[in-house]
Every structure is written in structure tokens, then in C-alpha cells.
Design a protein around this ligand. Sequence first.
Ligand code: AMP
Ligand code: GLY
Length: 440
Amino acid sequence: MKETILIIGSGAREHAIAEALARSPQRPKLICFSGARNPGIAALCAAYGIGSIVDPKRVVAFAAEHAPTMAIVGPEAPLAVGVADALWTAKIPVVGPTQALARIESSKGFARELLAKHNIPGNPFFQRFESLDGLEAVLTRFPNQHVIKDDGLAGGKGVKVCGDHLLSLDDSLAFCHELAAAGHPFVIEEKIEGEEFSLMSFCDGKTLRHMPAVQDHKRAYEGDKGPNTGGMGTYTDADHKLPFLTDADIAAAQSINERVAKALAEDCGAPYRGILYGGFMATKDGVKLIEYNARFGDPESLNLLSLLETDFVAVCRSIVDQTLDQQSVDFAREASVCKYIVPDGYPDTPRKGDAVHLPTQLPPDVTLFLSAVDVKEGQLIATGSRTVAVVGKAATIAQAEVLCEQVVQQIPGPFFHRVDIGTATLIDRRVEHMKSLRSA
Ligand code: AMP
Ligand code: GLY
């Protein structure tokens, strides 16, 4: 059967998904539905529909015109409103969980309670609030050592951390009052210290195939300073671990993902078919869970899909058919570094509308993925968010960083990026940090 695959979403993550599908020897027909036209994705697609991806009816109507054999949902918002449910009802198999299963990302309290109920390790102390009752007792139990999270999706703006955004008890109380006044349930948890990493698994509801560990950089500026962003860049290592992690850390994260997939199947009575993304922190007491996501990370997936050696169409097919136990999934034994170029002022007051000039020739091990861009009169224009991602692959992280940086430097204009991602200085700091925590 020749596959026709519907991609939902139009960022760099979906560009990487489209590239990985297009590389398949099965030569699938690709179509895309999204709120914006990404020219990188459009170049790989036979049809491209523009519309709201959080309107399941619109998505299904576009699908009905093109009869895809499978769909893959990139971002979290369509999963949270039941786009996968609507597509399955229309007999279109989906890589991406149904609404009930996607609560693993769309409700932080649901994720924490699932771990607690099934005795899965990794939770710090947490409590979910629907009102302000009992609030001060928890805040004073963990003075200057707590994190407050909007229970629902908040586009990266729903989490405030003591020491970063919350500098006093009054700050914490004010944020809780703000959430309660807006009618948002929230979770307060103990602040944990360590180094963050992402461990994603392909999951068909029964079998998981784990991907290499990745480290993202959420802060906008060098040295992990400045506001939080969607992620400024990422790296992976050739051994599929990270220099600051132990084998036991990787095994613990993989085991948590496996147990969470099983717990989800039990509690929801349906298989989780998609990508299960654990956001973890290595601490002196082992691996702790920061959050779950119900989709590929962005930019993590840009590294991982660039390294994926197995036919991605076959992987997607085995996820929806629940035959992942018969499908091996291999990644190149190479390191990778990804850096995003973003407009000056990003993320709070980004410039918009500047021309983006890309190099015409790229070294063989470098790939570009387009994100928040548009085309006006034949010119690529930045639309105000993460603009272009550059991924370099090489034998070592240091070599991949040099390759990536060389290409990033060739993109002129009022943009910036984090030079430090993937450099020895930054990675040594992570290693030293973990060493000092572990020896304390
Ligand atoms: P999230 O949106 O859940 O990924 O949270 C955003 C950021 O807040 C994470 O990347 C962490 O840096 C930080 N964070 C979230 N939960 C905790 C926690 N319990 N302890 C320390 N930092 C946290
Ligand atoms: N890179 C973080 C995320 O995709 O949520």
C-alpha cells in the first residue's frame, strides 16, 4: 500500500518530520494541514491546507479531501482538544495520543497522580489545588524551594520557579491567586536540583522503542540566563547517552516511560500510540520527573530525526498497527548539535518581518529546518518566533558544534542564537555540576 501521510503542524519539528518521512524508500505522498505555510514543508508536500489545527472538524474535513492512510500530529494543542480522536473516528490511524491519553501533558496534576497511583518512581512532593485552601501550609513547608505550575497547557508561561521567577512568599501567593482567579487548577511541587534531559520513546501502547537522550536549553541567553523559551538548541552524543548521565540514569528514565505507558493503558483503557516524551532531571537521588509531553520535543526531534536510520514511515506504521515489537529502531552512532536562530527581542518583544537569507550550499552533515517564517514576494521573512534551526552531525559533540556554528554564522540579520550550546565549556559545567551534587 502506498502511504499518504497527513502532517499536522508547521514548525521546524514538523519540517523534520516531513524530511524524515520523505527519506523513506516507500516514497510516501505527504500532505500538511496547519495554521501557517512553512515553505520547507510545502516543498515536500503534494497538498497543504491552511486552517485551525485545534478544530478537529476542520482537520477531518481536510483529511477527507485527501484520504490519508495515516496522520502524525506535531504539536500538543491539537492532541489536547481531541484531533487524534476525530481522525480515528474518521478511520484515519494517528501517531499521537487521543485526548484522554494526552492528559499526560495537558494536565500536570494528572501526570503526577498517575505516577503516584502506580508507584512509579520520579515524583518530587506535589499537591494539586483547585482553590486556595491549604496553600500556605504547602508554601511554608518548602520555603524558597517550590515550583508553581498551571495544571493545563500554558505555552511555556505556566511554570514559575523559586529563585528564578518567585523571589518571596508574596510572589508565590500572588501567582497562586492569579491562577485561582482565572479559574485554573494548579500544582505546587518541591523544587529539585540537577541537570535536565529529555528521553523520548516511540510507543504503540504495548512496546516502547527508546530514542537517544537529548539536552535542551530553555533559557534565551548564554550561560542559561534570561527568559524561558520553547528551547534554543539541543545536543545528543554518539553513545546515545549524555556526558553528565550514568547508565543507571538512562535505564531509570526508560523504565519510567515504560511504566507510564502501561499505567496509561490500564487507567484509560486504550493504548498510547505516539511519542512519549519524559522531561527528567538527574539529581543526587537519581532521576526525577519534571513533566511529560505527548509529542516530539522541539528542538529535540530535529536532532533525533536527523539521526534516525530506520525507515520512519515503517516506524509510524508499526505504532498505529501496534507492531512495534517487530520493528527495530536504529539511530546513527553520531553526535548532533542543533541551534535555533531567533529574532532580536525574542521571546518577549521579538522583531518581526526581517528577511531571512539562508546559505545556498550546506556541508553534507548539516540540515536546516524552517520554523516561524513566511514568504512575501519570494523572500523568506521571520514572523517573530524561533526562525531557523541548524543541525550538525559528526563523530563528537565538539565537531558537530563547529559544523553547526559555521552555518549559523552564515545567516545574517537582526537575529541571535546561543553560541554556547554544545561547547566544551558548557558541557564541562554540566558534568561538574552533577559530580558536585553526587558527591555531596
Ligand atoms: P515545564 O513547563 O514543566 O517543563 O517546566 C519548565 C521548567 O521549569 C523546566 O524545564 C524546569 O527547568 C523547571 N521545573 C519544572 N518543575 C521543576 C521542579 N519540580 N524542580 C525544579 N525545576 C522545575
Ligand atoms: N523542547 C521542549 C519541548 O518541546 O517541550
